[in-house]
Design a protein around this ligand. Sequence first.
Ligand SMILES: [Mn+2]
Length: 678
Amino acid sequence: MGQMEWKIPHCAPEISEAFLKSEFTPLLAAVLQARGADTPEKARKYLTRDESLLCDPLLLTDMERAVSRIELALEKKQKLAVYGDYDVDGITSVCLLLDYFSGRGLECEAYIPDRLDEGYGVNTKALKVLRDRGVDLVITVDCGITATAETEFAKSLGLDIIITDHHECPQSLPRAEAVINPKRPDSAYPFGELAGVGVAFKLVCALEGNSRAPLGRYADLVALGTIADVMPLVGENRALVYRGLEKLKTNPLPGLAALLEESGTANKPLSANTVGFTLAPRINAAGRLCKTEVSIKLLLSKNRTEAEAPAKELCALNRRRQELETEVWEEAMTVLSTDEPKGPIVLGSDSWHPGVVGIAASRLSEEYRLPTIMICFENGIGKGSCRSYGEFNLFEALTACSEHLESFGGHAMAAGLNIKPEKIDNFKKALGEYYLSNLPTEQAALKPEVLISDPSLLSMDDVRSLSELEPCGSGNEHPCMCMCGAVLESVSPIGNGKHLKMRISKKGTIFDCVFFSRSAANLGANEKESVDICFTPQINEFHSRQSVQLLICDLRSSETPENCHRILESAELKSDEIMRFRPDREELGSVWRRIVASGGRLVMQSERFSEGCFGFEEPERLCLCLRIFHELGLVELTRVNGRLICTSVETRGKTELTQSPLYRALWGNDGLRPSASE
Ligand SMILES: [Mn+2]
């Protein structure tokens, strides 16, 4: 559980002239520039979140075929079934189509396979059951793209299938009535990242011939499934989720209103995070504990009275899910605390609930920053949930160790496996060896987008303007910034000691900060010390008074004073520091003029390099300048009682910067052509 590496931008942002003249605040402009939207035009495009982003549903391959097959069903009053999945994306997709078709007067039923008995996807037994119940047409949502054999089986029963899915396409597609998937290689659809519920929504838009009415009715449902499935909130998803959140605030589905109320979030500000961390887990809990019917009942409730009971039940199921998860978590922590893991974590038990081991594996992989496999044993076979960490490709690792496995499948980041209990030890050993010889070259690192050296960039107006970036989430993260060499003024525990409130100052400006899930004991810095922070700035509202608050994601004792000492002593630089700190000709010139202007003598408190030295954002740069002047014989540097004194030396004639070995090392012998410095 070591400190996460930080990758800090080389310099504070330089806001372009065009941006300074535009409607964007400097802070928002800095974020947009960092994200590649480096002109006001590109920025406006980046921030668009209105309906102009919605694409024509008929661009989806097979959409017209699906529409005519469904119109035939309408005409002949055929019986429909919507076949989904037990996660939030699947459930919202099912409810969306169920509501739509029943509104069109069709007889339509939902089919969601049981997580434990049937597992994910279309299965033949279920198709047989549906056919026996008189179903003529099955529409899959959020699944089915690999159901080639099952589709043939359905045909043999006289059952038609329309597949709508958003998972990766296999080499050959099922021969269904229609296969709608934005990821189809032959698709002309401009956006490939729709959730399952997004695809179901496009089917409704195509049937309606426009998007306006369906959007008004289903935007909150679409947003819920899209956020829960962690789809990137860009392009069409950005418009769908933005509109969905607006609907949740003003005119939500009765079921979602009841669930917000029941979970105690009804009167709090609502964002994609609320949906992801409050609504989604409650609806998902039903699927994990094999009670999907409760979620369906909630989402199809016609009014608040009807929605009350399922909302209460989902909250209870979620508490049960948390208890089960805590049991697994605590048992795992007990095992791991005696033996700090160095390689992939592989744990097993016959008492864990299979519905929650996946979340426990995710949490453990984050906590230990290691790939994690959690296995439940039942009837002599182990079923494992696997979560990777960082750049490590877990799917390839499982392939390499497959001789110990009965079966496995999944992706680089998440996978599932079946294993015999007696093979666990050998598997664990093989996986550990594979891990050591295939360590990810790129360690997971915190990558703040903007280096803040001028605290005025964090004004109320600037921070408020960041809301233009919403909805934030996957693919469009909350902007992460960093500030180096700030002073930790005070630290106090809040929330029964679970969290911290802090005050941090930079160049005389004080910021209120919160740091969740951190105690003073493991903060890694003391009051009055120099610290670096990574944070997201936000507007805090307290008693209707608004202020800027920094939500800290990581804090470390500042490396600036240490860096300065190292540079002054030995001019030793780490590779990333060269790009970040090397001063160019112009800067060297301005430091030199500064020395001359102060009568040839500069005095610095070298313990507090943190406090911007002579207008230098990064004291390291100043120290490099002084080292170069020293090498050229232009100055003498002396250290007295924690003070650094720089005195200019009388020289005759011109001095070439290239005579300094340090300057040459920083810029390369034939890098920039340095001219003479007087
Ligand atoms: Mn999905």
